[in-house]
Each structure stands twice: as C-alpha cells, then as structure tokens.
Write a protein that binds this ligand. Structure first.
Ligand code: EPZ
Length: 421
C-alpha cells in the first residue's frame, strides 16, 4: 500500500485544473444500464471508484472501455442483473444499479452495502421508493432481491435528502409507467447533472436541483455522449489547501456556483477568494491571518459534508475557536485523532468538534481512514512543521486523481512512496 510523505510549511503558488466529478460519474455510469446502445462519457476522472463501477458493469455483461477521461458502455446484452457483495463492499454507490436494472430488466439482485467508516448509511429510502413504484423487494442472505414487470409512477416522500437515493429513484422512474414525484429530493449539482443526462437520453424530468423532482416515465431511452461536470469537492480541497498554506493559487475548470456554500464560509474566515475567467483564485498569508468560523454540514445548498474534514484542518491554524458540526453522517470525525497527534487542539462533543485554532501543527505519521479524512491529512501535512507520512492512501485514491501530482507543480513538497503495511 502506498504512503504520502509531505514536508510542510510551503505556500502554494500556481494554477491547478480539477478533474470530472466522481459523484456525477458514478450515477451516470449506472444510467447507461437504461439503454442498449453505446454511451460515451467524457471528462471522467481516473479513480478507483470508476474502475470498480466498470468492473461491476462488466460483471453484469455490459461491454465497457475505460481510457480516462473517456469511458464507453454498451449494456445491450446484460447477462446477470446482479451486483455481488465483493464489488458492492468496495463501493457502496454500486447500489445505484438497483433502479436502472429494475426499470429495464424487471429484476435485480444487489448486495446490501453494509456500513462504512463514516456511518451506518442504510438504503431504506431507496427501497421504500422502489416499493412505492410497485417493486417486490425481499432481503435475504445480505442481498436485496427486487422484481417488477413494469414500475409505475408514484409520489414518493423522502425522509431525508439522500443523494444516491434521489438518483436511484430518478433512474427507476425514468422508465416507469406514468408520473413520479420525488418530494424532499436532494438538490446537489450531481443530481442535476444526472437529470440533464437522463433527459439527453430521452427522459422527461424537471425540477432537478429543487426539493421536488417530477419524472414523466417513457418507454425507451437512447444512448448519450456526455462530458461530465467538474468535481466541486476536489476544487474545494485545493481552495482550502491554498487558504491554509497561504500563497496564490488559481483553481481552474470549476463551476463557481457549485462552490458557493464553501466560498461563503471561506470569505467569512477572511480568505481572499476571487472569480476569474478560468476559475477561482485564492490569495493570502495562510491560516494564521484568518479567523475562526462556525459551521454545520447540511445537504446542498448547505455546507457540504464532503468538505468538513478539509475545512477543519484549516480551522486548526486560524485565530480563535470554531465549532464544526457534522449533521449529515454520524461518524465523520475520524480525522480528529490524527489531527490531535499533529498537535491540533480539538474536542469532540457528540456531533460537534470544538477546534481551538492558532496551533502550529507538527509533522507526524498518520493514518488515513476514509476518503475526505485523507484529504484533510494532506492539508494538515502541507501546514505542519516538518515531515508528515500518511499511511493507507488508497482511501485518498478513491476520490482524487493522483493528488500529489497536482500539488507538486504548486510547490508542495509531497511524494508517493511504496509503503509496507
Ligand atoms: C452521497 O452519498 C455521496 N456519494 C457522498 O460522498 C456524500 O458524502 C453524501 O452523498 C452526502 O452528500 C456519492 O454521491 C457516490 P446520502 P450517499 O444518502 O448518497 C442517511 C464522498 O466522499 N440515509 O445523501 O450515500 C445516511 O445514512 C462520498 O465522495 C438513510 O438513512 O449519502 C446519511 O446519514 C462520501 N437512508 C444521510 O442520509 C437512506 O436510504 C445522507 O446520506 C439513505 C441515506
């Protein structure tokens, strides 16, 4: 397993371009199951999760080619409408094949994802919605067995704004008979992007991006050729890293509106963040010149939970005390003990972490536990005095395309080493 070694204390300078959005590519790859023609996806990031999804599609019998940033899928001759445990356990987003398989093939057998590091993450809303559309669902031996000759439209109230739940149900409803309303739907840009792609395939969806999405079912969807939106979380990670280390960094190829919830908090902390022709620029003296802000994560357009860990790394360096509340997942503070090992002063009280800023982090050997916690530790390493070694960076590689290769041109002293344990 690889490690990353970082020598901290260097302000970042230069320009970096973000890759396509992982959390847009994953549902859109599942949507290729809704048609039997060849779909072409562009601007797809070279990430482990995309490889896993392609492996899952191949397992089912779809023909896929993965030559990042282009991926093609032809799901014409599906053999097995099934997602096995060994693939779903690697990536819980695999449950998003459930809706498309049911909609197009009338049946699906998908492993329950099980919990993950950041929480239980059940899929009850996904299943409740499919049942409302007429699917017969049984759970046995750790698998969801679902069948329905033809799904029918329904009004589905969601108990919480689940992102992949909204996406799964939108894909199922696209080929259902009649009209579906998803009430209390997730509003993330990646949900809007999926609706855009489904409409390109002939679906009739409106309201995506709001909390009520209307889907008029159709009988057939055709293939698409689509370039996906840039990754707002990767972009946000670079913005926070630049704010923390100081310097002058232009993050290119972003959609500024997608970053507004984060940008508002960065400006509140005193970060000089400006919009330019090709992206967003951060200039500054680094964490010590900034001030603490409180935040609570929330579904879009609230502050993204996927940026909570990275932002906390910044808050260790600013003047003052900030309260960071994780209101989306029940266990997304695993980066805290690692930051404390680097000298941060953070006290977790239930869903809130109280961060006493103004500390100078010192480099240490730390362990990555999940994707965004890994990104947090990279930022902490860039901030810290001395050398930091981050173990188990396979977590990081799930969501960032060779992050060290994007940081090196900005002046970061970061390198990948083939690790032991
Ligand atoms: C998506 O996960 C993202 N993944 C996550 O990104 C992101 O953190 C999350 O949305 C929240 O924004 C993808 O898009 C592939 P949820 P998802 O369903 O859909 C509860 C990353 O770092 N819930 O919106 O799984 C759930 O337990 C990843 O890129 C139910 O109770 O998240 C959680 O507490 C991590 N029942 C909350 O809702 C359900 O049926 C939000 O989960 C579904 C969800």
């Amino acid at each position: 397993m690889d490690n990353l070694v970082i020598e901290g204390g260097v302000p970042l300078h230069g320009a970096v371009r973000v890759s396509g959005a992982k959390n847009a590519a994953l549902p859109i790859l599942c949507a290729t199951l809704l048609t039997d023609g060849t779909c072409t996806l562009r601007n797809v990031p070279a990430l482990r999760d995309l490889e896993t999804t392609a492996a899952l599609l191949r397992f089912m019998g779809a023909e896929t080619t993965v030559t990042p940033p282009v991926v093609t899928v032809r799901a014409g001759s599906l053999r097995r409408p099934e997602a096995p445990y060994e693939l779903v356990k690697q990536m819980r987003a695999s449950v998003m094949v459930l809706g498309p398989l049911l909609a197009r093939h009338g049946r699906a057998r998908v492993s329950l994802p099980g919990g993950c590091a950041i929480g239980a993450r059940p899929i009850d809303q996904h299943l409740k919605g499919l049942q409302a559309m007429g699917a017969k669902i049984t759970l046995e031996h750790g698998y969801v067995n679902a069948e329905c000759a033809r799904l029918r439209g329904a009004t589905i109230p969601l108990d919480m704004a689940t992102v992949t739940g909204t996406e799964n149900l939108m894909m199922a409803a696209a080929l259902a008979r009649g009209r579906t309303q998803l009430v209390g739907a997730a509003r993330e840009p990646e949900v809007e992007e999926l609706a855009r792609v489904l409409n390109k395939m002939g679906a009739r969806i409106d309201g995506a991006g709001t909390d009520v999405i209307h889907i008029e079912g159709v009988d057939h969807l055709h293939p698409m050729d689509h370039a996906i939106i840039p990754d707002r979380i990767e972009a946000g990670t670079f913005l926070v890293a630049a704010a923390a280390t100081g310097g002058d960094v232009l993050v290119e190829g972003v959609v500024p509106e997608h970053l507004e919830p984060l940008a508002a908090r960065l400006r509140q902390a005193g970060v000089e963040l400006t919009r330019e022709e090709t992206g967003l620029r951060v200039r500054g003296e680094g964490g010590r010149s900034l001030r603490a802000v409180d935040l609570s994560t929330a579904p879009h357009p609230g502050f993204p939970t996927d940026m909570q860990a990275q932002f906390m790394a910044l808050m260790t360096a600013v003047q003052g005390t900030s309260v960071v509340t994780e209101a989306v997942f029940e266990n997304r503070f695993m980066h805290v003990p690692e930051l404390v090992r680097m000298g941060a002063e953070i006290e977790v009280r239930g869903r809130a972490a109280v961060v006493t800023g103004g500390t100078k982090l010192s480099g240490a050997t730390v362990m990555a536990t999940d994707l965004r916690a890994s990104a947090c530790l990279v930022i902490a390493g860039l901030l810290a005095e001395g050398s930091t070694e981050i173990l188990r960076v396979y977590h990081l590689d799930r969501g960032y395309e060779a992050l060290e290769k994007k940081l090196q041109p900005l002046g970061a002293r970061i390198r990948r080493v083939r690790g032991g344990a």
